[in-house]
Design a protein around this ligand. Structure first.
Ligand SMILES: [Zn+2]
Length: 278
């Protein structure tokens, strides 16, 4: 109980900070879409980017907000509000494509081997598969998850800390053939810095591949604030194919033509890839 109270007081302390600039265009003009607890979900008046409009620091995020806790909380919230939807979703799970397998095939579409860096590698399920094709390195904010990753893939180099800081400090420029970001960029409070970090460590002609919730999905319009892409405050950026392409260009990338299936509004997930021009 004491730990929970500490968490709440830390969150309150850190979220009364100044407003967060738009992560895509740095604009400060925004309209409020909705609030949940102390968090405001806003849309930039200049570029339409949707994001959490309050500042939040990395160290607090790592210390007080392990993603494993947050997913359990979101699961309980849905169980209470949408028991039937959740039941159906779990029932249909075996029919859905295996997520890590799909991540691997997305990476293999662009590069068949070489050095792969995974941003936000979590507990290492993806890099374990990827290690059969690539020489893998991972960065993970949660120390607990980073440790599990390292135990799982002993040959990999796993760094524990914020992606942008680790990439800058520990990794030389123009080293990697692929940077994968599956479920990372929606969590990154500085997503442009995240993409710039990917750009710096990639070799010329290297590719970055992203999976993130698709804010342009029809399901989001239908389900409103109960949409499965909303994990608040875990997900602080909500991209459409358009806003993610713009962010790629700002970071110096050239968006690659995806398969039509990967960015349809029928999908809750958005898969996109971009190339660092040679
Ligand atoms: Zn903006």
């Amino acid at each position: 109980m004491h730990a929970i109270l500490q968490k709440v007081s830390a969150l309150t302390q850190w979220t009364t900070d100044s407003p967060r600039p738009c992560p895509l265009c740095s604009g400060m003009e925004r309209k409020l879409l909705f609030t949940r607890e102390q968090w405001e979900i806003v849309q930039c008046s200049r570029c339409d980017m949707v994001f959490i409009g309050t500042q939040f620091a990395y160290d607090v995020q790592a210390q007080y907000h392990d993603w494993a806790d947050e997913h359990a909380k979101e699961f309980q919230r849905r169980k209470k509000r949408q028991p039937v939807m959740l039941f159906l979703s779990r029932l249909l799970r075996p029919l859905r494509p295996h997520t890590e397998g799909r991540m691997l095939s997305q990476a293999l579409r662009w590069r068949r081997g070489g050095k792969l860096l995974d941003f936000g590698c979590g507990e290492g399920a993806f890099i374990e598969l990827a290690a059969k094709h690539f020489n893998v390195t991972g960065i993970e904010l949660s120390p607990r998850a980073a440790q599990i990753s390292q135990q799982r893939v002993r040959s990999a180099r796993i760094f524990d800390g914020p992606v942008t800081e680790i990439a800058e400090r520990e990794l030389p420029a123009e080293t990697f053939d692929v940077v994968t970001q599956f479920g990372y960029i929606e969590h990154e409070w500085h997503p442009l810095s995240g993409l710039r970090a990917a750009h710096r460590v990639l070799k010329p002609d290297g590719v970055t591949v992203i999976k993130t919730p698709n804010y342009a999905s029809w399901n989001r319009y239908i389900r409103g604030t109960d949409w499965c892409g909303y994990h608040i405050p875990g997900h602080c950026n909500y991209f459409t194919p358009h806003t993610l392409s713009e962010l790629f260009r700002k970071a110096g990338f050239e968006p690659l033509p995806g398969l039509l299936l990967d960015s349809l509004p029928t999908s809750d997930s958005l898969w996109m890839a971009a190339r660092k021009p040679a």
